[in-house]
Design a protein. Sequence first.
Length: 377
Amino acid sequence: MEKNETGRSLFAQCGYAQADIDARVAQVWHEIFEGPNKFYWESEDGLGYVMDTGNDDVRTEGMSYAMMLAVQYDRQDVFDRLWGWVMKYMYMVEGHHAHYFSWSVKPDGSERADGPAPDGEEYFAMDLFLAHRRWGSREGVYDYAARARELLHYCVHKGWEEAGEPMWNANNHLIKFIPETEWSDPSYHLPHFYEVFAQCADDADRPFWNEAAVASRAYLALACDERTGMNGEYALYDGTPYTEERFGRHDWFFSDAYRTAGNIGLDALWNGAEPVLCDRVAALQRFFLNHDRTSVYEVDGTVVDERVLHPIGFLAATAQGSLAAMHAASPDAAHNARVWVHMLWNTPMRVGRRRYYDNFLYAFAMLALSGNYRCEW
């Protein structure tokens, strides 16, 4: 893979002044954690949580995202409040899913869901490893590195050494949609995280994570349509969209699926450009520069009679994908990548009920495109 320079700002390459970039990055934190449209709250027990404003619950997705922002912004105080809340109210100490986290609870911490979602677990592990790298570990629940290693142990070893089901398929090294299923969600695939896990997890599991990174990049090349760049929200292990309606329809390019381009972009920033994946993101950017960006599509480009629920999040993640698309082979790719960067720069953060998901994706894009989304300090 062609190695990129970590910390390089695509915003700066597109002509924006560093002072303006720094101001926008600072604004992101203010909007989510401090301002009138924030969705971070501190509880009476001295801990903190973020609420999904569209569904009025607290999710492992959002808590793990907020922890990632806290470590990137060097806010250990907020990180510890969030992680303390997760361990107090979301960690399952017994039962079939022991050592995983309930993917949704009520804002008062009472139970709402009785199972986990693997995207939360993989983000928690990454957050904790990065917290250890940035601040060092302490004791108890704040022994960040030990907690991350323990969590990944159960994610891999449940089903054969531990009770329950693993979050990754042991044979193909692909992450599952939920532990009980044998299909995936392309937006869960974070090979750039697995590269870190391969350095920091238990010694015995490090080869697994190396193989998982390779497997996930290959899987994303299958799951993202060669012509449109789109992937289904859920997909089988061969990359084809999951068409059963057990959880409703999820074979189209919809909310979860938007994250995939951003993930590929961050992987390119940290680990270098993977040519096939760069081409897939370039195809996605080209498609949506020539089609209605408020419409929903099947992965082959067929229009679906639905409207985009998270337009800002979609735009942000696709713009973050410019970190990969800039390196695509097609002659229009670099130009289109810059168009998406400019579109994001000229788009404000979302307000209103649905701001939670959109603004997290916006925050990640701002960090990545400014060169501030880091895995080393």
